[in-house]
Design a protein around this ligand. Structure first.
Ligand code: GYE
Length: 321
């Protein structure tokens, strides 16, 4: 099916005809893309949405954007509606990893190629999507753990860690947890005493941290948060409990958004592992390629690093998200 639509796309291009999105498609020869976004849960997501919208702009693209508000059922509905509209390409960032087989089979049967962006899926048949562009979340978890180990040099055990997980069942929560555990488990001074989801939001991060503090008292050495927003929420909870975030409790999170750099500058967050949300331009290129029937790599990994407090002030003006 994909091959057929690729050939058709090439034919159309050769004829300079306006293939657009077929009946439901856009004007002229623009590529109609149905994009289903996770939601607006974090600073990362806001930057990602902006980047996608900027890159998939007219006249080249005709973007149909849908916000799933962190609910898989909304995403499935959006994908079905894109299929019904006969868009040229579907792109989406799946809120959770499993439960996509049926709707992706429907897209395949309709000859609409699917590009995954940001988060991965677990499906029985790999041919259900053309390519996946996103970060290596397992490696991000490992990086956070390596920072914790470095930061704890010379300290005796037990070093008590609490973990704020991302959305239950999401690729970044599953993978960051796995990468972190893998590395931290190599040093027996460390114990993860509590681990719970804060759904990648500030409000939930604060709420769950309050519960951690209540349960553990002052007996927490390190906080590992799966994203900066939850860390920022937790920082508030720590301050309200009369403790000093960044000092009494050492904190590392993931994303590297502006809010994290500001918190580091203020001495309240210790380190952030970069996760680049500016996927728009690379996504646009993959969509062009897939639409034209060109070969694309199965997996495109985004390059990123780690930043610490001492770098925050100098790096802040360079941050683009
Ligand atoms: O880390 C978090 C967002 O999927 C990589 O989702 C993304 C994650 C990101 O809500 O802030």
């Amino acid at each position: 099916m994909r091959k057929v639509s690729g050939v058709l796309a090439l034919l159309c291009a050769a004829m300079l005809a306006g293939c657009g999105g077929g009946e439901g498609g856009g004007a002229g020869d623009s590529i109609t893309v149905g994009f289903s976004q996770v939601g607006a849960e974090s600073e990362w997501r806001t930057a990602n949405t902006r980047s996608v919208k900027e890159a998939l702009a007219p006249p080249e693209f005709n973007l149909r954007f849908s916000d799933a508000q962190q609910k898989q059922e909304n995403q499935i509905k959006a994908l079905r509606s894109f299929i019904a509209q006969g868009v040229d390409v579907i792109a989406f960032s799946p809120v959770v990893e499993t439960g996509w087989d049926t709707v992706l089979q429907e897209a395949k049967a309709a000859g609409i190629p699917v590009v995954l962006t940001d988060r991965a899926v677990k499906v029985s048949d790999e041919s259900l999507y053309a390519t996946f562009i996103g970060s290596d979340f397992v490696e991000e978890g490992r990086r956070a753990a390596r920072w914790v180990i470095e930061d704890s040099e010379g300290k005796p055990g037990p070093i008590r860690i609490v973990e704020l997980q991302g959305t239950v069942g999401s690729a970044p929560a599953n993978d960051r947890m796995r990468g972190f555990k893998e590395v931290i488990g190599e040093d027996d001074r460390f114990v993860i005493v509590r681990s719970q989801s804060g759904d990648f939001t500030r409000a939930k991060g604060k709420e769950v941290m309050e519960a951690f503090l209540k349960a553990e008292g002052g007996n927490i050495d390190v906080l590992f948060a799966h994203n900066d927003d939850m860390a920022i929420g937790a920082i508030q909870a720590i301050e309200e409990a009369g403790l000093k975030p960044g000092t009494d409790i050492r904190i590392v999170s993931i994303d590297g958004v502006r809010g994290a750099f500001e918190a580091m500058k203020a001495g309240k967050l210790n380190a952030t592992v970069e996760c680049n949300p500016l996927l728009g331009p690379q996504l646009a290129q993959l969509i062009r390629d897939v639409h034209a029937g060109r070969e694309v790599p199965r997996r495109v990994v985004v390059e990123e690093g780690v930043f610490t407090q001492d770098q925050a002030e100098a790096e802040l003006p360079n941050r683009k998200y």
